[in-house]
Write a protein that binds this ligand. Sequence first.
Ligand code: AMP
Length: 187
Amino acid sequence: MRWILLGPPGSGKGTQAKRLAGSHHAAHLSTGDILRAEVAAGSKLGQLAKTRMDRGELVPDDLIVQMIRERLETMTNHGGFILDGFPRTIPQAEALDRMLGEINAPLESAVLITVSDDEIKSRLAGRARLEGRSDDTEDVINRRLHIYREQTEPLIEYYRRDGRLIEVNGEQSVENVYQDLERVLER
Ligand code: AMP
């Protein structure tokens, strides 16, 4: 499988990507997880990314695309991949299509997990309390949602245009969302 999962922060992309990747022997790649590991390690990339992440802003496209490029070929050789949190901008989506084109492994589907704004806000507030993520405070949550609308939502049209978009209702139990995703895969 060669999928990306799209959806607002808190839509459950990470949870679903992990499980799907596990049951289909695909690689799961979360740019947020990689960046958090870089921040924890205090690497140069981590230092560059941290200020943006803490503000709920996006890390520059070129840094992110480079990060993905390094991992893509290995991933496509191993039962495919599920990307979670990437691409987040049109230039990232175009770069991904180019990189996958070069290795003859085009994206199959962009799967959008839909969740309303109110539901997202209450989920993220809960996650802030549970995980203590420094980017889950109320101001930052609003900022991240705003940036999602402005920079990431245009991807929905980008993938819908050529028939690669699939939508799944994210306002159900984790189990039911997962079952819907499995049904999509069977089609
Ligand atoms: P996430 O865990 O996917 O919500 O990502 C946490 C933060 O990492 C985001 O708010 C961004 O600051 C940064 N980030 C993750 N993925 C990307 C990406 N594809 N492009 C730019 N910034 C990203």
